[in-house]
Design a protein around this ligand. Structure first.
Ligand code: PNS
Length: 168
């Protein structure tokens, strides 16, 4: 059983994430999309909302028979990967700017759990500038993010913004 962990904040999931999931699926029997519960950040969506959203979207991914599951975690990614029996951590690299941070993370994760390796996939060109942070910022300022974030998630972002507006 080749099991991998794809960890991230996923606030929200973008088409760039979906592309990485789809392209890594032939390499594994199961990919656990692991949503980090980071109390230091003020996210747009709660961890439970993010997990629910991802679960709704995943059936649309052509996963080549690879099981796609969703879970949340707190603490160290390397420990959670080990706990869940994963032998690989998947990360996407968009541009050279990502490389240094990702390299440091992968080396630290390997030091923490030597039997777990990080598998890097380069982002598809059309998503190489896409990040959750940029998508939220553009959307909140009235810009369009269609084609970059799944339609169903854009609707949820719209609802979130309307709720926040009502609460102000
Ligand atoms: O989607 P992101 O924000 O780029 O994901 C970053 C993430 C969640 C992979 C990273 O912050 C992480 O692994 N955090 C968990 C805490 C941890 O393990 N830190 C040490 C990493 S070497």
């Amino acid at each position: 059983m080749r099991r991998a962990l794809f960890p991230g904040s996923f606030d929200p999931l973008t088409n760039g994430h979906l592309d990485i999931i789809r392209r890594s699926s032939p390499l594994f029997d199961e990919i656990i999309i692991a949503v980090l519960n980071n109390p230091e950040k003020r996210p747009m969506f709660s961890v439970d909302e993010r997990c629910e959203i991802i679960r709704e979207i995943l059936p649309s991914v052509h996963s080549n028979g690879c099981a796609l599951t969703v879970d949340s975690f707190s603490g160290l990614t390397a420990d959670f990967a080990r706990q869940r029996g994963a032998t690989a951590i998947i990360r996407g690299i968009r541009a050279i700017g990502d490389y240094e941070y990702e390299l440091r993370m992968s080396l630290m994760n390997r030091r923490l759990q030597p039997e777990i390796d990080t598998v890097f996939l380069t982002a598809a060109e059309e998503y190489s500038f896409v990040s959750s942070t940029l998508m939220k910022q553009v959307f909140e300022l009235g810009g369009r993010v269609d084609g970059l974030v799944p339609e169903a998630i854009i609707s949820k972002m719209r609802e979130k913004l309307a709720d926040q507006g009502a609460g102000r």
